[in-house]
Design a protein around this ligand. Sequence first.
Ligand SMILES: [Fe+2]
Length: 205
Amino acid sequence: MNPAPATLRRERSERVHAFLTFLRLLRQNHTADAPEFQQAVCAQLTELASHAQLWQLADFPISEGQRWGVYQLHEEGDGTLALYASAAHPGHGQPPHNHTTWACIAGVSGVELNRFYSRSEGGHQPGLARLDLSSEQAIGAGDVCFLSADDIHDIQVTPPHSAMHLHLYGRGLPYLHHRLRYDLALQTCDFFPAFTGIPVFDLTS
Ligand SMILES: [Fe+2]
């Protein structure tokens, strides 16, 4: 991996910090369920993701033998406003799940197919869970989606290219211990273990 030129590192750091400054102000004025909040988060994360030179797969490598690599770009001291760069090879996916916090995904490169589900029976706690497919959205460069805490989606990175996406969560992934993961075939759900050990990307490096 070649180190990013100093100008690129500086731009990446400055744009992330400007984005966070915007978010801190935004959440002082709106709750996460407000359309103004969701629209502004989507617009600003899309803008940050549009600077593709800052989010090259070469700078966020996926470990040998893995299909997914996620890097923490930021998290507030209280665990909120968690921003990640998520790199994935085709075939990487996650089963249907909720987040227990709001989430926003913006595409940089490649395509991540998102499918969104509604509950037809159960699904609010571990046990019986019947889901219906509501809609789907292919998220590539310039695309974005916002999920509220209780929304359910699954993801699949589609061939031929590897994908890079920015993910922003109201609360960081290591703290999300009560997310639910759904099994469409068995029509059940259980707790989705929190992701821990996520490497921190040094924005100054
Ligand atoms: Fe998700």
